[in-house]
Design a binder for this molecule. Structure first.
Ligand code: DHB
Ligand code: FE
Length: 279
């Protein structure tokens, strides 16, 4: 049977991708950011997952404002990098895992989670930047990826509680797949950030630290945060944190925190990262 053994979160700030693509990772601004992922890359290389489920949001790259799925799952063989306005990033095409993806779609939908099934999709910085942070810049990504998209771009986003329950449904789906696969789940986005308006550049370290503590120890408490509270405390894009709750819902109640990293600023956001293993 397939096993979901660990989860992690990373921010997906697009400027990180630009720093990589333009050879700037050793510049003073970027060095501490990439240093913060050295442990994580070694951890991942040792654990060698067979598949990763990457929970992220599309930033109007694959889905325009014409069609906005609340939850979508990528069931395709592959997902090319999207052109986000300056050409597609020079990163490998993301290979999917259609067998497991279709199984998750079936299991989640019959479990009363209405996923949009996506058979053709380009993936933007929301997915490619976390892969870079965790895997570096290989010729091919080291594992197939099942993209799960959550709408956090257009109000109303799903609640954190709904996202946590989706994580639990994903866990049930993975564990009912009849092949021996070791599956890792990524939650991406966050942490506190506001890209627009008079509060642009807002970051809230106190909120972020408390969120990280609770993500490990008391995720149920986080499921009670309302969209308005995310907006007030974590900024207009802080709502991306609900995607971390999909990851957390897919893990055991009790997890071991293996690593955490928090850094301000990256672009005008707070970057957060945590690795949790099931116990
Ligand atoms: C930025 C964009 C994002 O999607 C994000 O999650 C963080 C930062 C940016 O444009 O800086
Ligand atoms: Fe984003």
């Amino acid at each position: 049977m397939a096993e979901l053994f660990a989860g992690l979160t990373t921010s997906h700030v697009p400027a990180i991708g630009a720093a990589i693509d333009n050879g700037k990772t050793n510049e003073p601004y970027w060095q501490p950011v990439f240093k913060g992922f050295e442990f994580s890359k070694a951890w991942l290389e040792k654990l060698k997952p067979d598949v990763a489920i990457v929970v992220y949001n599309d930033h109007a790259s694959a889905f325009s404002l014409e069609i906005i799925p609340t939850f979508a799952i990528g069931c395709a063989e592959e997902f090319p990098p999207a052109d986000e306005g300056w050409g597609a990033r020079p990163v490998p095409v993301v290979k999917g895992h259609p067998d497991l993806a279709w199984h998750i779609a079936q299991s989640a939908i019959l479990d009363e989670f209405d996923m949009t099934i996506v058979n053709k999709m380009e993936v933007d910085h929301g997915l490619t930047v976390p892969l870079n942070l965790m895997c570096g810049t290989p010729k091919e990504w080291p594992f197939p990826v099942i993209p799960i998209c959550v709408n956090v771009v257009q109000y109303p986003p799903p609640t954190g509680h709904r996202c946590y329950m989706l994580g639990q449904a994903i866990r049930r789906a993975v564990e009912s797949f009849d092949k021996d696969l070791r599956v890792l789940v990524f939650g991406t986005g966050g942490m506190s950030h506001q890209l627009q308006g008079p509060r642009a550049g807002l970051t809230n370290q106190q909120f972020d630290y408390a969120f990280l503590d609770r993500l490990t120890q008391d995720p149920q408490a986080l499921t009670k945060i309302t969209p308005l509270e995310y907006l007030r405390e974590a900024g207009s894009e802080g709502i991306e944190l609900v995607m971390w709750l999909v990851m957390r819902g897919a893990l055991n109640d009790k997890v071991e925190e293996i690593y955490r990293f928090h850094h301000i600023p990256v672009s005008n956001t707070a970057l957060g990262h945590i690795i949790l293993e099931n116990r």
